[in-house]
Design a protein around this ligand. Structure first.
Ligand SMILES: [Zn+2]
Length: 402
């Protein structure tokens, strides 16, 4: 299974200039190749093959107009063509229905104004992680890096990225070995929500950590500042950079939180069930903003790949299950309840139920997992407090005395 590992890079000014050249050359090669194919298509000529594009790149480098392509590693240029070929392959596969998921458009021209600039080096470009911790990139130099976690194995390629906040990253693709984890608790259902980030069928409620909430608050403030600045002013430019930085910080904090929580969940349970969020469907509704902000889909994807990596079960249940309308103890359906109703008593069996935990238990049951409904039980009027989870492990189950 292939996984991506990203690390922050701190290139010196001369290295930043060399990287800018590499990004620029990769972009030109990509765009040249795209233009050749578009022109051939418009003229009714056969589709230029990957090999033809590669040959034309070699001839172009010999011309005065494109001689400067020789200033960057040849591998970067080949990889730009490989990106173009992959984009075309995905597009064709999507057209013929061979590729699942949303329809892909044809490749588009890259712009120097794109928020993300990237160039890829493969192993035969002889990039190297040096003993002094720097990353050696051909024709760039030895770039200082922060290794936030060890690389688990020899990477086959590295993509150097500059994001919209002006930060540099090295992103490695690594073939990860399946891990072995000790046997754990049998199963847990998960209800993802807005009041708590996640509620577990055993009664635990997990809110986003404080550093993330703080970063989000700052981002909102910066966005408000930006909207008040005059169009085209210098102050607006400055505010835009600040928003990009705040965005990047929120993204980092959120990713860290999702990693921590998904790892803890997979470590502690044999099977995890979540509701299929069908985010694209929800996105059209009023909830859209909060859905994207909460980043549920990236969290669920992490859960899924970690489950696969460690041999745990992962279940997604369909949206049609009325998880919030059904009593998790006796299965009675008593219809939809407005959002402000946080707990209620089942008319059938008389149990008092916490809305979110009840939903989480129903998610687990819909996936065929054996969980008990006792976590969903609550005392009338008393709501369990959402514990703050700042640490690496999950909070211990909280059971309200019945
Ligand atoms: Zn009931």
């Amino acid at each position: 299974m292939k996984l991506r590992y990203s690390y922050r890079l701190y290139p010196a000014p001369a290295q930043r200039a060399a990287l800018a050249r590499a990004f620029g050359c990769a972009r030109v090669v990509f765009n040249d190749g795209l233009r050749i194919r578009q022109q051939a298509h418009a003229a009714g000529l056969p589709y230029p093959t990957d090999a033809e594009l590669s040959a034309r790149l070699t001839t172009a480098k010999a011309t005065p107009e494109r001689a400067w392509l020789g200033e960057v590693s040849a591998v970067v240029l080949q990889q730009a063509l490989a990106d173009l070929n992959a984009a075309y392959r995905n597009f064709f596969a999507s057209l013929t229905g061979k590729r699942q998921g949303p329809k892909m458009g044809p490749p588009r021209f890259r712009s120097r104004k794109d928020h993300r600039q990237a160039a890829r080096f493969t192993a035969n470009a002889r990039f190297k992680v040096l003993p002094n911790g720097k990353l050696r990139l051909p024709k760039i130099g030895d770039v200082p890096a922060r290794w936030s976690r060890p690389l688990p194995s020899e990477p086959s390629s590295v993509t150097v990225i500059k994001d919209s906040a002006g930060r540099y990253f090295a992103s490695f693709v690594i073939e990860a070995e399946p891990g072995i984890l000790p046997e754990a608790e049998p199963a847990v259902g998960l209800d993802l929500g807005l009041t708590s980030f996640a509620v577990l069928s055993d009664g635990r409620k997990i809110t986003a950590p404080r550093f993330l909430r703080r970063a989000e608050k700052k981002l909102r403030r910066r966005q408000r500042d930006l909207s008040r600045k005059q169009q085209g002013s210098r102050n607006r430019d400055k505010a835009r950079v600040q928003v990009a930085r705040a965005h990047a910080r929120v993204g980092d904090a959120r990713r860290a939180f999702h990693h921590q929580l998904s790892t803890a969940l997979i470590r502690e349970t044999q099977a995890v069930a979540v509701e299929d969020l069908a985010v694209t469907g929800l996105a059209r509704t009023r909830l859209a903003k909060s859905v994207y902000d909460a980043g549920w889909s990236s969290f669920v994807n992490m859960l899924e790949y970690k489950a696969r990596l460690y041999g745990r079960q992962f279940h997604r249940i369909g949206r049609f299950e009325p998880t919030s309308q059904m009593c998790s103890a006796c299965g009675a359906k008593d219809g939809p309840k407005p959002l402000h109703v946080r707990s209620w008593q089942c008319q059938q069996c008389g149990m008092w139920l916490d809305r979110d935990i009840n939903a989480a238990v129903n998610v687990a049951k819909a996936a065929g997992l054996a969980v008990t409904a006792c976590g969903a039980q609550t005392r009338p009027g008393a709501m369990p407090r959402a514990p703050r989870s700042e640490a690496g492990t999950l909070p211990k189950p909280r059971r309200e005395a019945a």
